[in-house]
Design a protein around this ligand. Sequence first.
Ligand code: CTP
Length: 398
Amino acid sequence: MLAGKNILLIIGGGIAAYKVLELIRLLGKSGAKVVPVMTSAAEEFVTPLSVSALAGAPVRTALFNLEDEAEMGHIQLTREADLVVVAPATADLMAKMAHGLADDMASTLLIARNKPVLLAPAMNVAMWENAATKRNVDTLRADGCAFVGPDEGDMACGEVGFGRMAEPAAILAAIEGQFTEGSLNGKRILVTSGPTHEPIDPVRYIANRSSGLQGAEIARALLARGAQVVFVTGPAAAARPEGAEVIEVETAQDMAAAVEAAGALDAAVFAAAVADWRVAQASNRKLKKAAGKALPKLELVENPDILATVSQRKTGRPRLVIGFAAETDDVVANATAKRKRKGCDWILANDVGGTRPVMGGPDNQVVLISEDGAETWPWMSKKQVAEALAAKISEALA
Ligand code: CTP
């Protein structure tokens, strides 16, 4: 994905600097060349030796270093880069950037750059929420800087809130996102999303907790890469993705029909939480209670399995079929068996029985199961999961 890309990585002085070592490893794995620069504060948290060993390149630290400058001038460093990444982007580094200060190697490179920049902020929650930081972030956004994170959670300082640096996998996905424009041009991809409603009578139905957010974010991430997206959604709370061909359905049977009608597809992502059963004989009149009358008995019948039907098509099967698996026990084992049973290429499994809510919540933690085994992704926002998935899809369809 990042083969041949040159990333100028500026490491700021914060405890999150240790996570940058993992980021460097991930960047190397995806084929990028990392040119590391550390502020003097960063050197208090990780050693230049570790950084340079992982990056396979010398670390630049001081601005006025004869040897470094003789080898490659600092201006040249930004000219050769495809992207500048600042991680962790401390309050101090962002303040310098917002005000155009240039008193060390990192800040000088940032003001001298002629390439896009991606910031991964990390700081204590009060620093992040401080009015000055907010002003600086607004200025940097207006200047065209891209951001990933910060995340909400426990911090090294013991406080809880926004300020934790995004996980290395999420930063990698955001870096890939900087190079993705058009990577799915001309590809037609179906996304199912949201819950289904299975009527009992005209006022009651069987539903589930799906908000449709993960499906909508996947559609957006695919659209951002130039894909043509057919978005088949049940009655979900989440906003519909702009630019997609949106087909609103209510029941699993409607969803199955809409998917059949979608025509030829390069890939299909089944993110909908489809009801497994519907009421055999939904009443067209409201069921009434009356003294002495027996309780209504709901007889259920199985709904068509849309994912399995598309996965097992004899003709016209999309090249890549991706399902989700919502599990409460033995997540990986159950989802691995589900992938085989349904015949899809990948399954994104998530634990919906944990204490942190996935269904209806803003974040997700998935395990990607393919023929090659299981790959556990860290907790990320649903948007970040969608971006990481869109990156994998572009790679697979390339
Ligand atoms: N799915 C589908 N049609 C159905 C049921 C599920 O397309 N009638 C898809 C979902 O969109 C998801 C995947 O199948 O991508 C797995 O859904 P899940 O509810 O986890 O699995 P089930 O097949 O319902 O199996 P079980 O309830 O036994 O876990």
